[in-house]
Design a protein around this ligand. Structure first.
Ligand SMILES: [Zn+2]
Length: 101
């Protein structure tokens, strides 16, 4: 098990998991239910963490997530499922929820 991603919120973590699942990489989210501790813990302690099950998947997983996040500045994206235009920083379609890769 290796941590590959520190998400800003649970949706962000879930999108990362979906992206990796599409590539056949098995993952787990930790801290998923810790959001109730907000205000008691430092913010970074409750960020959901995405871990890969197989250590050898870690490098590829980080690369895929980095690609996804660097695409944020690339203007708008069109949803592969419904064709709706989304801002380039969206990881999933605002209209139908499809992951935008
Ligand atoms: Zn869509």
């Amino acid at each position: 098990m290796k941590r590959v991603y520190l998400a800003s919120d649970l949706l962000d973590a879930q999108i990362a998991v979906d992206i990796l699942a599409m590539r056949g990489i098995k993952t787990h989210i930790f801290n998923a239910h810790a959001a109730g501790g907000l205000g008691e813990l430092a913010a970074t302690q409750i960020w959901p963490e995405v871990w890969v099950e197989e250590d050898e998947d870690a490098k590829q997983a980080r690369m895929l997530l980095e690609e996804t996040h660097s695409a944020k500045d690339a203007g708008s994206k069109f949803c592969p499922q419904c064709g709706e235009e989304n801002p380039g920083n969206f990881l999933s379609c605002w209209h139908c929820g499809q992951a935008l890769v």
